[in-house]
Write a protein that binds this ligand. Structure first.
Ligand SMILES: [Zn+2]
Length: 232
């Protein structure tokens, strides 16, 4: 329902972001929608982005996502009389305690070493989202690595450099069975293809002048050819 409303400016529909094949009348056509959800027939339910919109959404993701989360939480909290900050972390936060479930398995797979620097991990090993949670909330096992607090703290919400991406992709390909076993043992989510799709969406559309996290305080420019090859 919201889609036909979102591009209405001053009473006129301005298709600046996308085209959809239905209008406000959809509200009175619940039967048609329900039928389409059941049978996959009935009406054209595709959302067709205008040229360039997809790339810009990816590029602005880091800015847009927190704003959308914030506005959405504020609205839901207001409608239900809830505490906004708690609701936001419930809806969009990561659950550190839950991540601990896959830590031993990943630690074992990495021979007790930090994914990024290879240093020995002690008690301080932390589960890190390779594609940062702030860029895309993906808790799938393929997106998780174990890192020491130094690397994890320095990487924060930055995208990792091409060398790390190669290492990560190789792990996901060569250790896919072991990853599935870790996930299976604790009932964790696994969706290798989706996670790879997200990595492609982010890494193959990096803006000019992007900087990727290398180590500690160091960043480097992307290596577009290497990244294309790695993520092919
Ligand atoms: Zn490290």
């Amino acid at each position: 329902m919201p889609l036909p409303r979102l591009q209405v400016v001053g009473g006129e529909t301005e298709r600046l972001l996308y085209q959809v094949g239905w209008g406000l009348e959809i509200e009175r056509c619940r039967g048609t929608v329900a039928n389409d959800q059941r049978t996959g027939t009935g009406f054209d339910n595709r959302i067709l982005l205008c040229p360039g919109v997809g790339d810009h959404l990816v590029m602005l993701n880091g800015l847009l996502r927190p704003l959308v989360h914030r506005a959405w939480s504020a609205m839901v909290a207001q409608l239900n009389g809830l505490d906004e900050s708690r609701l936001e972390s419930f809806l969009f936060g990561t659950d550190r305690i839950a991540l601990a479930a896959v830590r031993p398995g990943l630690l074992d797979m990495q021979d007790g070493r930090c994914f990024y620097c290879g240093g020995a991990l002690g008690q301080s090993a932390e589960v890190d989202h390779f594609i940062p949670w702030a860029r895309c909330p993906d808790n799938g096992i393929e997106n998780l690595v174990v890192a020491d607090t130094g690397c994890n703290g320095a990487k924060r919400d930055f995208l990792a450099a091409a060398g790390h991406v190669r290492h990560w992709r190789e792990r996901n390909v060569t250790r896919s069975t072991a990853l599935a076993a870790i996930a299976g043992a604790v009932g964790w989510e696994t969706h290798a293809d989706e996670t790879l799709g997200v990595a492609r969406g982010l890494y193959l559309r990096l803006p000019l002048g992007a900087r990727l996290w290398l180590r500690g305080p160091d960043f480097c420019p992307p290596d577009p050819e290497g990244l294309r090859e790695t993520l092919a």
